[in-house]
Design a protein around this ligand. Structure first.
Ligand code: DUC
Ligand code: ZN
Ligand code: ZN
Length: 485
């Protein structure tokens, strides 16, 4: 067979093995893996390099308005380019429903926005208004069209759908082969803390972290899991930021819940002291859930290396530190009026490689699983996130020894700061491919706007997990039928 591209003599890293060899690519697909392969219209010498699946960034906010109407600073062009420079071949941002909006409208809005992506993309739907029509008509159709995951919120008055709303969504997801992602923080605890702080005029950025206690996350994670168990539905807990939350996830997984989870670099690379920076610079580090203390960093690393988390995702939620983003509501406003989120789509994988693999906390195989393969499995990306014949040639070639310091001037997003400024990292993705097309080549962008494609995802594969059907919830006994029928 004549190959379009042969990647020659790399150290091929997958989620379960590392070996050296060649990869043959034809028509955008991986078609051969062998000790050596002949030919190739293009031959890439990967000697001394790691060849792995391009990352799947499964938690990022791109061209998305917050519930209070603040647009992220990245659109699909800058966001996807930044992702590619960070070693990703695929992005799964959110398409957010605001109350009163139909999901058909949401999907068509994001279809237009995403037309500029340089990488392949899919969406998780954020559901804030689970009306009868949304539940019984729009969501099943969305799943049918290959959008097989939703995110729901347990916090924020404009987004929180309540426990009953969650049960409804979880049930639709279960019945139609989708997975529900959850932002788990107890809304009333946060609101109560906000009032305590406001009464005392404590409104500087540092109080953002204090207003969202670790207990609020742990309580809500536990509640979300119990709701998912009652509905016998899969659940993905996003951006776990606390040791207590991670511990609950670990315990419930071990007990058999259909449970998946992620944490993010900011919870292991930063601490809440960042919010104390002078002159409102702390606002750059406002995100929800908030960054925590140094002891949390160690605990989360422990959970990453022991397998509590499927993924380490960026939660890239970029708002510039100016009047278009963080300070849209004014330069000196209380933390409650400052946009929530920070950039990180380019830093995620280099940081995880450096602090994880190079520092000896995780194996290279585990790095591949956390950055791509597990997200592919959990979110039904059947052709992505793996180096295997038949899969899309979504590949990243890494120089594992190159060193650099993170600096704003090297970023490709549309931001005016990086929260990881000055971090010294080892390991750089030098070449990034999407469907066999080179997107990034040694620091140069080779892609043009719009060459990424939407891809349909399969019904969610529960990876053989048994699930927990509680005695109280036996659909056949209670309803005389399996709810699927
Ligand atoms: N949740 C996110 O996942 N990202 C930004 C803010 C939020 O509440
Ligand atoms: Zn969230
Ligand atoms: Zn997010």
């Amino acid at each position: 067979m004549e190959f379009d591209t042969v990647i020659h003599s790399g150290q091929i890293a997958t989620a379960d093995w590392v070996t050296s060899g060649d990869i043959g690519i034809k028509d955008g697909r991986i078609v051969a893996i062998a000790e050596t392969l002949p030919g190739g219209e293009r031959r890439i010498d990967a000697g001394g390099r790691i060849v792995m699946p391009g990352g799947i960034e499964a938690h990022c906010h791109i061209a998305q308005e917050s519930s209070s109407g603040i647009m992220t600073s990245d659109d699909y062009q800058s966001g996807s380019i930044s992702a590619a420079f960070g070693g990703n071949s695929t992005i799964i941002p959110f398409a957010a429903q605001h109350r009163g909006q139909s999901l058909d409208d949401v999907i068509s809005t994001y279809r237009t926005r995403a037309a500029k992506s340089v990488l392949d993309y899919a969406w998780h739907l954020i559901i804030t208004d689970p009306t009868e029509k949304v539940l019984n008509d729009e969501l099943p159709r969305a799943i049918q069209s290959g959008i097989t995951s939703f995110k729901v919120f347990m916090t924020y008055d404009l987004m929180n759908i309540g426990d009953g709303g969650m049960l409804d969504i979880l049930t639709i997801a279960r019945n139609h082969g989708a997975i529900t992602m959850v932002h788990a923080e107890n809304n009333d605890m946060v609101k109560w803390m906000n009032r305590q702080l406001a009464d005392r005029d404590l409104t500087a950025p540092r109080y953002h972290a204090i207003s969202r206690p670790e207990l609020a996350e742990a309580e809500a994670i536990n509640r979300a899991i119990q709701l998912a168990k009652l509905a016998d539905a899969p659940l993905f807990v996003v951006h776990v930021s606390t040791a207590a939350g991670a511990e609950i996830v670990r315990r419930e997984k071990f007990a058999g819940a259909k449970l998946f989870a992620e944490t993010c670099p900011q919870y292991m690379a930063l601490t809440r002291e960042a919010l104390d920076k002078p002159e409102m610079d702390g606002a750059k580090f406002i995100c929800s859930p908030p960054v925590r203390g140094a002891e949390t960093q160690d605990a989360l690393w422990h959970h990453v290396s022991q397998g509590t988390f499927e993924s380490v995702s960026s939660d890239h939620a970029p708002y510039r530190a100016d009047e278009t983003g963080k300070f849209l509501n004014g330069a000196d406003v209380p933390y409650t009026k400052i946009a929530n989120g920070m950039p990180g789509i380019a830093a995620r994988l280099p940081w995880l490689f450096s602090e994880g693999v190079v520092a000896g906390r995780i194996t290279l195989e585990h790095f591949v699983a956390l950055s791509a393969t597990n997200a592919a499995r959990t979110f039904g990306c059947t052709k992505k996130g793996r180096i295997a014949p038949g899969c899309d040639a979504d590949i990243a070639i890494w120089n594992p020894e190159a060193r650099r310091k993170v600096a704003l001037e090297d970023q490709h997003d549309n931001m005016d700061y990086t929260p990881f400024e000055g971090l010294e990292l080892t390991g750089i993705p030098e070449v990034v491919m999407n469907r066999g097309n080179i997107i990034v080549d040694h620091g140069a962008l080779k892609a043009s706007s719009g060459q990424g494609r939407f891809f349909k995802r399969a019904p969610v594969d529960l990876c053989g997990r048994s699930g927990v059907t509680l005695p109280e919830f036996d659909p056949r006994q209670n309803f005389g039928t399996d709810l699927r029928s």
